[in-house]
Each structure stands twice: as C-alpha cells, then as structure tokens.
Design a protein around this ligand. Structure first.
Ligand code: BTN
Length: 243
C-alpha cells in the first residue's frame, strides 16, 4: 500500500479521486486526522472531527465493467464488519446499502465512487468513515440519537491504526476472493450481516417516492429487491431505508 496521511484535508475522498485521475496505483490509501468537508452519500455531509475517527479512502483498480461497481460497496461493508469484530470484539450489522450499525445506531458510513471509461472501470474509490473514539458531545444535536462510536459503545479507547490494518486486510482478502470466485460468496457474507432482509421496510428514493415492501434480498449486482403488497418486485438502486 502507498499511504498518504494528512493532518487535515477537505475530504480524503476528493483527494483520492484526484490521485486516481493522476494514475495513483491500486492500494493507495488516503488518511486524514480531520476532514473539513467530509462527504456522505446523496450529497450529505460527513462529520469528521479531529483525531476521533478513521477518515480514509482507498483506491482499487479491478478489471470489471461499471455495472459491477456497486458490488464493491457490499464487499467493503462485509469487510468492515469482519474487521471491527476482529479488532474490537463488537458484533455489528449492515443496513442496506452501506451503513454499519451497532445496536441500531450508525457508526460507519461507506461511500464508493467510480471512475470509468465507457463501460470499463478505471478506478473505484472506497471511502470509509468510522466513529472510533468520538464522544457523544462531539456529535451535532441532530446526530446524537442516531449515531454512535466504538468508544461510546465499548466504554474504552481504541487504537485506530489497528482497526485500519484489520480493515485493509479484510478488504484485500475479500477482493481476492471476488476476483477468483466472483460475487457469490461476498453476497452470502453480506446477507448474513444485513438487518433489513426478510423485514418490511420503507425505501425513500432520491426522487421522493416511497415504496413499502418486504426486503427480499439483493441481486447479483447488489441492487435491493423489494416486494410490495401486490407482489411486484421493485429494484432499489439508491434510497434511504426505514424499518
Ligand atoms: C455515508 O454514510 O453517507 C457515507 C459516509 C462516508 C464518509 C467517508 S469519511 C472518508 C471519506 N471521505 C469523505 O469525504 N467521505 C468518506
């Protein structure tokens, strides 16, 4: 891995995007102690206070078509759940597509972005934000009820470097498995950690439409399949999920 570590960046994701455009090699990792404009999904902000968490972006260059890129969001989520378990002993869960929760509260967000030429992927930038040693006072008011950190949950301070190492190791091993054997095993692993499957949920799409139905599973592209009460199957590409 090539490591780029900074005290402060607007966003590790933006930095990694630029490095990838300039030809940075696969495995390049960008880390910052603090992000001044951390980005979340759907154009949201990601609160990234100094020294409290892991704010990291990883560049990979798999030889795949662009429709397979969402699979890497699921691969990353499964890898982070495994790594957190190994490094901290805590069992956490995935909320489709990319939130990781502990006892119902979010402490990890994952954002994957893709650079492509026609249908070929040139780079995938995997952004991972983890609230590690954040205290409840550090969260803005609107997050206090829905967000948490490893320290809040476990009552002790964690070594961020150890968690980063565990995550990179798990991503590497799942990535290798993906390249050798395809998505099938990753999908099963992801499904074993997912909370919403088999439950009735609301999916609020980016255009404001809400679909209510039974979360049946994900398809081979990582798309969520929702069956409504009339038996229609909806493919959900991007949405917020409410249980
Ligand atoms: C989400 O849940 O909305 C995704 C949050 C992703 C946050 C990470 S922190 C490191 C990387 N840099 C960013 O600006 N965002 C991602």
């Amino acid at each position: 891995h090539r490591l780029v570590c900074k005290d402060e960046l607007p966003s590790t994701q933006k930095e990694a995007q630029h490095l990838a455009e300039d030809g940075a090699e696969e495995g390049t990792v960008v880390l910052a102690e603090e992000q001044t404009s951390g980005r979340g999904r759907l154009g949201r902000q990601w609160h990234s206070p100094k020294g409290a968490g892991i704010w990291m972006s990883l560049i990979i260059r798999p030889d795949i078509q662009i429709n397979k890129a969402p699979q890497f969001t699921l691969l990353t989520a499964a890898a982070v759940v495994k790594a957190v378990k190994r490094a901290t002993g805590l069992d956490c869960e995935i909320k489709w597509p990319n939130d990781i929760l502990y006892k119902g509260k979010k402490f990890v967000g994952i954002l994957t972005e893709c650079q492509a030429e026609a249908a070929d992927v040139k780079a995938i930038i995997i952004g991972i934000g983890i609230n590690v040693n954040t205290d409840i006072e550090d969260f803005p008011d609107e997050l206090k009820d829905i967000a948490t950190s490893l320290r809040i949950e476990a009552g002790k301070t964690f070594d961020r470097a150890e968690i980063i190492q565990a995550i990179l190791k798990e991503i590497e091993s799942l990535y290798k498995m993906y390249m050798d054997e395809g998505f099938h095993f990753i999908k099963l692993l992801w499904e074993s950690y997912a909370i919403s499957l088999g439950k009735k949920i609301y999916a609020r799409k980016t255009n404001g439409d809400v679909i209510y139905g039974l979360a049946q599973g994900i398809d081979d592209e990582g798309v969520l399949l929702l069956r409504d009460d009339d038996g229609h199957i909806h493919k959900i590409y991007s949405a917020d999920i409410e249980l």
